[in-house]
Design a protein around this ligand. Sequence first.
Ligand code: HEC
Length: 157
Amino acid sequence: MLKPILCLPVLLLAGAPALYQQAQPAPQTPQKSASPSPAQPAPIPAEYVNMTNPVKPTAESLARAKQIYSWDCALCHADNGSGKGDVAVEQKLALVDFRDPAALKPWTDGQLFYIIRNGRGKMPAEDGRAKENEVWNLIIYLRSMSKGHEGAATPAT
Ligand code: HEC
């Protein structure tokens, strides 16, 4: 009788997605506010505050972060992080200057992760375009912009 043997892979296949989903954190739904306005973006869920950046940057991972930044972020935030990208100027978006060390200070890495993934106000969500570890590297890259070496992040050794 072949039947029981044939059933096994089917069961495994059927079970796998469920197991995978259990391992994932619950999807975050931004809190609804009574009067949503772009000037007051939804608050960042508290569980993001203490998340630590899990990646150890390498020259390659930071080069990749720089590439993602130039494709997905520079149109608004500008290649050098000044916040004066073409779209930002055109739409008169008031963006912080990533070269200013004070600019990203109010945010923890976890909060930045949330902002980049989910968007904020007029900023679109990066969502699934960059992988999780790419977003964490992107944050290291952003923070490196204020170190005075424009566009050149130094990997931790
Ligand atoms: C369409 C323009 C646009 C693009 C593209 C964009 N952003 Fe933004 N970004 C904004 C705006 C507008 C804000 C201010 C949001 C607010 O607080 O209302 C912002 C805010 C931020 C902040 C928070 C800083 C602060 O205090 O305001 C970070 C970090 C950030 N963006 C990173 C990124 C990264 C990384 C990318 C690329 C993956 C990106 N942004 C792409 C427009 C953009």
